[in-house]
Design a protein around this ligand. Structure first.
Ligand code: ZN
Ligand code: FE
Length: 255
């Protein structure tokens, strides 16, 4: 039976996600940024929270971890590398580990860069990846605790997933990411089309997430750092992709 996914807003731009394994009724919250909107989502869906799948230690992803764990007795799955700074972990996971939500299986990818312990949850059978603050639609997370090389390696890992894989992430940043992307990849027809679609979605107050890995490979400047157009746009034609990536990330930091 399929995995059901319910997405909702938390605060101004965080994305809350509940996933529900229909066969067993088990339900996970991807991250736990704020209690009230997550409780509201639990109520709306009628699902019972059984698991918390944590991507990284930032407050906007774990502030409600302990209250939700206490309220529901939920099992907390989180990166082993962050065991010292994420409270109350039940299952500490590393690269390649398998986690079950009822009958739906997930593979853990370590994706350092935004934070050193960041992980993503990928389900091949449900064709979905929960990438936290590593990969956004047309963007990527800031490098708070990692090198460009680490983040490029993490993004490349996600880019190797099948094109049809649905991409869920931690923030609805897509509209501003699109305007940055257009500055550096103006001739990209797929990007122009996606930017228009994103504007229309936001004008209607709708989410732009999920995206897909295939769409991101075609439109996300940070995944396209190996393309000559992007290298030229930052004056680094002929340089390794990781250097182009680093230059793009610097430019994005400066707005
Ligand atoms: Zn973060
Ligand atoms: Fe975040």
């Amino acid at each position: 039976m399929p995995l059901l996914i319910h997405q909702f807003a938390i605060g101004s731009d965080n994305l809350g996600i509940l996933i529900h394994d229909q066969s067993t009724g088990r339900t996970a919250s991807i991250d736990a940024g704020e209690e009230a909107p997550i409780l509201q989502a639990v109520k709306e869906t009628g699902w019972t929270l059984t698991d918390l799948f944590i991507t990284h230690h930032h407050g906007d992803h774990i502030a409600a971890l302990q209250p939700l764990k206490e309220r529901f007795g939920a099992r907390v799955v989180a990166p082993a590398a962050d065991a010292h700074r994420i409270p109350a972990i039940d299952v500490a996971v590393r690269e390649g580990d398998e986690v079950q939500l009822g009958e739906t299986g997930f593979t853990i990818f370590e994706t350092p860069g935004h934070t050193s312990g960041h992980i993503a949850y990928y389900s091949a059978e449900a064709k979905v990846v929960f990438a936290g603050d590593t990969l956004f639609s047309m963007g990527c997370g800031r490098l708070f605790e990692g090198t460009p090389h680490e983040m490029w390696t993490s993004l490349s890992k996600l880019a190797r997933l099948p094109d049809e894989t649905l991409l869920y992430c931690g923030h609805e940043y897509t509209l501003s990411n699109a305007s940055f992307a257009l500055r550096y990849d103006a001739g990209n027809a797929a990007l122009q089309k996606r930017a228009q679609a994103v504007e229309a979605l936001r004008a209607k107050g709708e989410f732009t997430i999920p995206s897909t890995i295939g769409l991101e490979k075609a439109t996300n400047p940070f995944l396209r750092a190996a393309e000559l157009d992007l290298a030229r746009a930052v004056g680094l034609a002929g340089h390794p992709a990781v250097e182009v990536f680093a230059a793009l990330r610097d430019a994005k930091n400066k707005g």
